[in-house]
Design a protein around this ligand. Sequence first.
Ligand code: C2O
Ligand code: CU
Length: 486
Amino acid sequence: LALSGCGQEAKPAQAGELLRSKAKLPAPFQVPLPIPPVKKPVRSDAKADYYRVVQRKASREILPGLTTEVMGYDGLFPGPTFDVRSGRTTVVEQVNELDVSTVVHLHGGHTPAPSDGWPLDLVMPANGGHTERHVMSGGDMTMGRRTYTYPNTQRAATLWYHDHTMDYTAPQVYRGLFGLHLIRDDEEDNLPLPKDDREIPLVIADRAFDADGSFLYPAAKDGPGVEPAYMEGVIADVTLVNGAPWPVHEVDAVRYRFRILNASNARRYELAFSNGPAKFVQIGSDGGLLDLPVEHKTVVIAPAERFDVIVDFSQYRPGDEVTLVNKLDNNSNVMRFKVAHKAVDESNIPAKLSSYAVTPRPAGVVRREWRFRRGGGHSGWTINGKAFDPAVMQAQVKLDQYEIWTFVTDVHHPVHVHLAPFQVLSRGGKTKVAEFDHGWKDTVDIRPAEVVEVLVKFTAHKGKYLIHCHNLEHEDMAMMAAFETI
Ligand code: C2O
Ligand code: CU
């Protein structure tokens, strides 16, 4: 399939077959970049803001002239953005008007276990629809709705929320159950960073479409999981940013702050500008601001990672066009910026961004190894040789103590830990921080046959939490483990 207008065959640069659309695809850079709306609370008190979200099907025009049925938070694709303050509690009543069970997880959240989205804490459909899917026990099931409480006791950061239903996360996120959750604080507000309409989220996700506009997803016919050809993960031929195919956005010739999230099920990107000497100045990672800004020529981003970057368009003239491409996919298009006007720029990138200190490697702490591998003998993925079993705690982890965790892989796996962020201590035996490992992370892109050590400390919340691969097909095919904080 030649993507019209971009003059090249879409070709995967990673394992797994490319899922190709049958729908007529638009030429790139026709659809304006949408910005997901900010969710408004239904009420607020001194300590908390209360929200209500309805998970429902909706018809959306993603490809011009066609409609796609999505499963969306408030029927949106992506869902609405939560924009909240550090230290103020967010309470979200999630109503499930879909015909499948769901679970909501706040990715990167320092969240008490009952609100963390344990994969069997199912919210059953409000309409009493299909319930035959999960007959397993081990979860706290609710009918029709569930209230999630997020204390937001953490630094300003770009978080996101998404479905986490056992065995069905990948198809449900694919159909739309994902959105942003931004936490702000005074430290960040006091910096002269680009603000308001110069602070833009870029949620990147690939999808494929059937001829009638509906999503294509290669589901297994006899239960959870995907067709065997897609076991490596589903990568698709249409790149969406904020839910629009290869969009275009008009900018002034000034600095912009882009909060980039890779919300793809399995695709990694190396983002670059195809023309001009533009660079990305990274100011933040998954867990908030870096201490010092870091310059990159390109940004490699694995599923679920976030990069908070500043791009300076002042070197361009009105009329110039700057295209963001994916170098891991033959420079295929992601989106385009059109530089429209010269403008006053009061923003700046301070030499020091944040006062958090990088913690040196402590001696004598508990060490654990987590091995991410294809399962032997059956068609799934495993951690430490085990397929996910919600009844098995693979570790008991004491609160308030540093631990060093070692992740070992066979093929590429973006490894994610719930509850606490971590710092990367070493990658491939090297202790100099690798280019994309700066700051506090909650997801780390581990390349084939690589060993990565991270420093982690869990605080405040006792209960059952998860470590898993964020390639969502791998996750659904059991590459997940439970641990307990005690
Ligand atoms: Cu973003 Cu356990 O997931
Ligand atoms: Cu994986």
